[in-house]
Each structure stands twice: as C-alpha cells, then as structure tokens.
Design a protein around this ligand. Structure first.
Ligand code: 4AD
Ligand code: MG
Length: 460
C-alpha cells in the first residue's frame, strides 16, 4: 500500500515515542523561524493536531514553502518525539510529500471566522476545529441512537422518502413531480394524473405512518432518516431537510413512551460524555460555558413533566411580556417554551395533553374530549426536541377525525386498516437529530449542525 500511514489519533494514544511513522493530513497552521518550521497537521481522526517539526538542515526554504501553505495536504515520514508540554508528542520530519498544494486564496486563513462567513463555504468549513468537532459528535450521536435501540430489541426499518400522504397535516410537503411548466394543463387533477405516479406525491415530513405499519407486526421499531418540510419560517431551529429518529412501539401507552424517550435521551448523552470528551470540552470552552455540567445533570436527574393546561397557567402568572398571546387552545411558541425550560424548570420538561385542535389527526383522544395524549419534550436553549404521542387506536374516532379535518380518505385507507385488524394501543415519537445536536454542542443555529443546510431561499 503506497499510502500506508497511521491515524494521528493512534499516535496520540501513546507508545510511539522513538518510532518511525508515516502520517497524512491537512495543514491547519504553520510557523516559520530561523532554523525550524512547524506545521499543525490534522487528518480528521481527532480534534487535536499533530505538530510536525521541519529542520531546516533537512528542508530548505524552497522545499518548505508549499508544505507550509494553509490547507495543503501532506504525507510526512519522521520520528515521534516528546514535545515541549507534558505528555505531548510531535513528529520530526525526515521526508515529506506534497499530496495537494494550496495557496493564499484558501479561504480559511489564520484568523477567527464568523459562523456566517463559514456558512458561505460549506465545502471547506468542516476543516475548522468547530465543524470538525460538530461532525464527529454528529456521527457519534447517530451511532449512540442505533446502539440504544438495538440493545433494547428494536428493529431499524426504512420508511419511504417519497409519499402520498401528509403525516403532520400541516401542508408543508414538498411536491415531487416530473412535469415542468405546461400551459396546456388545465387543472390540478389533470396535472396529477399525468405526473410520474399518476397522482400527487411529495417528500415525507415523517416516517411515522409507515413506522406504525411496521410496529403493528414487528412490535418495536425505529426509523432514522431524512425528513422534509417546506416551512416558510426562517429561524435558527428550522431546516427544510432534517434527520428524524422515530421509534414506534406496540403495546405502549403515553406514559410508557415518555419513559422510553427519557431513557433514550439519557443513554445517548451518557454515550457522548464518554466518547466525545475532547469535543464537548471544546464546545464548553468556546460555545456554551457549563455545557458538560448541564449534560451530566440531564443524565443524573429526572425530567420535569407538566400538563399543557398547567403550563398555560404558569406562563400567564410569569409576569413576562410575550410577543405571542398565551391562551388555552393556542400553541406554545418558542418564547413560551424557552420560558418554561430556561427559566421555570431549568431542565428538560415534557408538556403533556395538548388541545386536540392544535395537534395532528392521529393522536389518541383523551376522555375529556378536548385534549390528546401528546407531549413535546422541551429543553433549555433549544425548545422542542421531541414530538410524541399515543396513537388513536379506535377506528371510528380516527375515521371521524380524518373526515372532520377534510383529509383525503383514500390516502389513509391502509392506515385505517391497522385499526380494523388487530388494533392495539401504541405510541411513538420523533426526535429531531439537529435539534438534539444543538442541545449537546451548544451550537445556536441549526445551519451549523448539518453540513449542507437547506433553508428557505438557501441551498448551496
Ligand atoms: O413534532 P414533529 O412534527 O412530530 C412528528 O413529525 C411526528 N410524526 C413524530 C412521531 O411521533 N413519530 O417533529 C418531530 C421533531 C420535532 O420535535 C423537532 O425536533 C424536529 O422533529 N423538527 C424539526 N427539526 C428541524 N427543522 C424542522 N423544520 C423541524 N420540524 C420538526
Ligand atoms: Mg412538534
């Protein structure tokens, strides 16, 4: 293997002092002095860099110039030595190969760039410490989610990306079509009939409806994939394309699913505390002071729980001037959610039993006739990260709800069948992966936890 080399992380893990190694990476910073030059090399295997020392007796200035260019890709062979600081190591270069040169037009020159600027270069920003850390945590978080469900006996199922139904009924579905502009087409009906599927189709907003199908045979399932919403809101926490984790559990009521959601959140945070320590420390220092203490507290303490009706009272008595009105029957806005979590409870809180009218058609109707067995998990700093409910298992109630909401019955015929044949109490939730990432990294904008953010008027 010509490119044979060792990950920098492996060398940092110890036991290499005095040994000859070959390493590869990109130049993050460089420094030139009279007799030696230094390069901080990063190969993506960990957050920290490896210092490479170039002795000018071996490398003359002409050889060195391209090797010191920020952004250049190098392969270096040399000996691992003890560095200046305790326990640090560095590599004294004996030979070096320029794999890919760079020049002064490289956008990541030595200075602290704003997040806004970095968003304009999504193809390069991952080469900064911040984004390197974000995407390492994103990978580890995804793994932790799979691990949690796998070890608890769930099946990982794949729900379709192209669907014919609007699960949330919020009218935020992106249309999927192969027909371009055609003034000959006289009606929407005609348009749909001539389209690829012979009917209207869109990108899924949620894998839940298909997840329910799978759960009513496999018992415990989860989906984990991209979902899409044509949300017109330009906020720091809404993306048009985001990843969702959606477990669906047969023979589980609302209290059961709240327990499962709690266990999952604690389990994945504990995993990150153990496996992403350097990254979390970095975020604690640079983005959210106290982040690690906050995460530890989440793992160790109970989550709060409050009825929607009581939450409205808390908000009314808060003495706060909210922009949006607080009234029973109205949805909670971000400012209300933030007050409840950031100021009132100061920890994650499940708000339970929302008014039926402001929630989705599939939620189990409570005996009071006004509310549904639904809950949102709100967390400090971010707001809603989970939408959760027990599903309506009664055929007649569900049918009436679909009709009352003016939904197209034929789109939900199979879904209704689940209530006709062996219906069972079942529950599930959706965790927004990016929202969770914002919570665990302290990143304030959803655009900075997904490598290629898609938001209103922005697709790079
Ligand atoms: O609350 P939501 O709309 O719930 C559902 O879609 C259910 N079908 C889930 C289920 O029960 N299987 O969305 C779930 C979560 C939200 O709590 C939020 O974390 C995230 O998905 N989310 C978004 N994240 C980023 N950008 C958006 N536009 C989002 N919309 C929802
Ligand atoms: Mg929601």
């Amino acid at each position: 293997m010509t490119m044979q080399h060792i990950d920098l992380k492996e060398i940092h893990s110890g036991g290499y002092v005095g040994k000859k190694v070959a390493v590869c990476g990109w130049v993050r910073t460089s420094r030139d002095s009279k007799n030696v030059a230094f390069v901080e090399l990063n190969d993506g295997s960990e957050l920290s860099h490896m210092q490479i020392v170039f002795d000018k007796a071996v490398f003359d200035d002409k050889m060195l110039a391209p090797l010191l260019a920020l952004g250049a890709a190098l392969k270096v062979e040399g000996t691992v030595e003890r560095g200046m600081k305790d326990e640090s190591v560095e590599i004294r270069a004996e030979s070096a190969e320029l794999l890919g040169g760079s020049d002064t037009t490289y956008p990541l020159q030595k200075k602290r760039h704003t997040m806004e600027f970095l968003r304009t270069i999504p193809h390069l920003r991952v080469r900064t410490n911040t984004f390197n850390a974000v995407f390492r945590v994103r990978s580890e978080l995804s793994y932790a989610i799979h691990e949690f469900f796998h070890k608890n006996g769930y099946y990982y199922v794949h729900s379709p990306i192209i669907t014919g139904s609007d699960c949330e009924g919020a009218g935020e579905v992106f249309k999927v079509t192969t027909i371009g502009y055609n003034p000959e087409i006289k009606s929407e009906e005609e348009y749909n009939k001539n389209d690829f599927f012979g009917r209207s189709a869109g990108l899924t907003v949620s894998g839940q409806l298909e997840g329910e199908v799978m759960a009513t045979a496999l018992g415990k399932i989860y989906t984990f994939g991209p979902t899409f919403r044509a949300e017109n809101s330009n906020t720091p926490r809404h993306a048009a394309e985001f990843w969702q984790v959606e477990p669906e559990v047969a023979f589980a009521d609302i209290d059961d699913i709240i327990g499962i959601a709690t266990d999952m959140i604690k389990s994945i945070i504990a995993h990150l505390l153990e496996h992403c320590a350097p990254e979390l420390k970095f975020f604690d220092e640079r983005f959210e002071n106290g982040l690690i203490a906050k995460l530890r507290h989440v793992v160790e303490s109970d989550f709060a729980r409050i009825d929607y009706t009581d939450a409205i009272e808390v908000l009314k008595k808060s003495g706060k001037q909210f922009v949006y009105p607080v009234e029973w029957g109205l949805d909670l806005q971000t400012e209300h959610e933030r007050y409840l979590t950031d100021e009132y409870f100061k920890k994650p809180v499940f708000v339970v039993n929302y008014p039926r009218k402001i929630k989705s058609f599939y939620m189990k109707q409570n005996a009071d006739g006004k509310t549904v067995a639904a809950t949102d998990l709100l967390v400090p700093g971010v707001g809603e990260i989970i939408g959760c409910s027990e599903r309506e298992a009664d055929y007649d109630k569900l049918l009436k709800e679909i009709k009352d909401r003016g939904m197209k019955l034929s789109d939900y015929a199979n879904y209704l069948d689940l209530r006709k044949f062996g219906t069972v109490p079942h529950s599930g939730f959706g965790l927004g992966l990016e929202r969770m990432l914002m919570y665990v990294t302290g990143m304030a904008n959803i655009r900075d936890v997904i490598e290629f953010p898609r938001t209103k008027d922005d697709l790079k």
